[in-house]
Design a protein around this ligand. Structure first.
Ligand code: S3P
Length: 451
């Protein structure tokens, strides 16, 4: 894919459905009684992998483009898959599904593509083992394929060392099949789509901030489950064996996909772009906050807080950006946006420091190493650190040959960079955007052409 500077971004664009919410709508719909109707479902390859895994376990799922009907069979309605479950490139599918599979009365094996087979799964195997689950890494390297012997699980508390929605959701899903309350404390709040959607389907999910034993009298902040009372952090608990009921779900646009258009409109002078129906859940909106700190002109319009997931239209105008520091508790709320934020930093005045983001090293690629490599290729001074990057922005940058390392977010980040660089950008492995945004290049071309 060769991309070169075109014109200001104008007009409006509807952003495809949120990837995290689309996955969960199929999973929770399958475990509910009755039909779940999903609109604006993301048809990216990752979410299609989730659909195909549940079809293999006997769930009837009708999909016509972005409209999906999941005919749920209840919490105990899955049947043993006759073949290995294939999650493709999707970490969310492997990790969340493992939580469900651990509590079934059948055995299964789940794996995925080459990248998935290198991503860490101990982070879910350890807490699942604490609940009595039997999950082993077939090659003994802590990665997929995972062999899962379904078992009766125990309720447990897990103090997670990482703020990860995939780990948290895996444990909560296993908790649906446990013999008591299951809870997770994480060091900072990760995306809460599972909590919101499980509740919407009828599960008893409690959330709260634990301030440690000394401040636990702050009842509005602490949660009722005593096993969590002495832990500091953010805790979620779930009661077992809920009766989940099929629901209607209208998936908001994915803020992680909107991020590329926000960045492109900010960078290309003269741009004014309206992004329609973007999810603005506060556990996902860190990029908007950082962009505003950088001096970005982004106005939310038509905010809608009536559903479980808030959304808004975002009006973005090109802006002169300055460097910022990004670290601490905001990191989980923008973890998938850090590659494109790094691109913004490359064009901002001053030196941007990203820290506390070691999780980037275990995403679809090592996003610290890969961003540093590719930013250097376009002429940006960048230093990769253990848990982030130091990026010196503000110089004129040029097109180059970019290796996506088959990571969708790297390909899209450099498609955005191309619009603000001199010369041509040649993105190798550009087709990988299909993982989360099948029409990405068409949408980019469409808004670049409108005057
Ligand atoms: C996701 C959680 C995040 C995110 C991923 C989707 C989810 O991963 O990076 O793209 O849907 O729960 P971690 O939980 O590993 O941080």
């Amino acid at each position: 894919m060769i991309i070169k500077y075109t014109a200001p971004l104008r007009g409006e664009l509807s952003i495809p459905g949120d990837k995290s919410i689309s996955h969960r709508s199929v999973m929770f719909g399958a475990l509910a009684d009755g039909t779940t109707e999903v609109t604006n479902f993301l048809t990216g390859a990752d979410c299609l992998s989730t659909i195909s895994c549940f079809r293999q376990m006997g769930i009837k799922i009708e999909q016509k483009d972005t409209h999906v009907l999941v005919h749920g069979k209840g919490l105990h309605g899955l049947k043993a898959p006759s073949e290995i479950l294939d999650a493709g490139n999707s970490g969310t599918t492997v990790r969340l599904l493992s939580g469900i599979l651990a509590g079934q009365n059948f055995d299964s094996v789940i794996t995925g593509d080459e990248t998935i087979q290198k991503r860490p799964m101990k982070r879910i195997m350890t807490p699942l083992a604490g609940m009595g689950a039997d999950v082993t890494s077939v090659r003994g390297n802590g990665c997929a394929p995972l062999q899962i012997h379904g078992k009766k699980l125990h309720g447990a508390h897990y103090d997670s060392p990482v703020a990860s929605a995939q780990v948290k959701s895996c444990i909560l899903l296993a908790g649906l099949y446990a013999d008591g309350i299951t809870s997770v404390t994480e060091p900072a709040v990760s995306r809460n789509h599972s909590e919101l959607m499980l509740r919407y389907f009828g599960a008893d999910v409690k959330t709260g901030m634990n301030m440690g034993a000394a401040t636990n009298s702050r009842s509005e902040l602490s949660i009722s489950h005593p096993a969590c009372a002495d832990k500091t952090g953010f805790t979620v608990s779930v009661s077992p064996e809920p009766k989940l009921t099929g629901q209607k779900i209208s998936v908001p646009g994915d803020i992680s996909s909107a991020a590329y258009f926000i960045a492109a409109a900010l960078l290309v002078p003269g741009s004014e772009l309206l992004l329609k129906n973007v999810g603005i859940n506060p556990t996902r909106d860190g990029m908007l906050r950082v962009c505003r700190d950088m001096g970005a002109d982004i106005t939310p319009l038509n905010e809608d807080h009536s559903g479980a997931e808030p959304c808004a239209d975002l009006l973005v105008r090109s802006s002169h950006l300055k460097a910022v520091e990004i670290g601490g508790d905001i990191i989980p709320t923008l973890i998938d946006e850090l590659p494109v934020l790094a691109v913004l930093a490359a064009f901002a005045d001053g030196t941007t420091v990203i820290r506390d983001a070691a999780e980037l090293r275990v995403k679809e690629s090592d996003r610290i190493a890969v961003m540093a490599e590719n930013l250097s290729r376009i002429g940006c001074p960048v230093e990769a650190t253990e848990d982030g990057m130091i990026i010196t922005g503000g110089r004129p940058l040029h097109g180059a040959v970019i290796d996506s390392h088959m990571d969708h977010r790297i390909a899209m980040s450099f498609a955005v960079a191309a619009l603000a660089c001199r010369g041509e950008m040649d993105i190798q492995g550009a087709e990988i955007v299909n993982i989360s945004y099948p029409g990405f290049y068409d949408d980019l071309a469409a808004v670049c052409r409108k005057v």
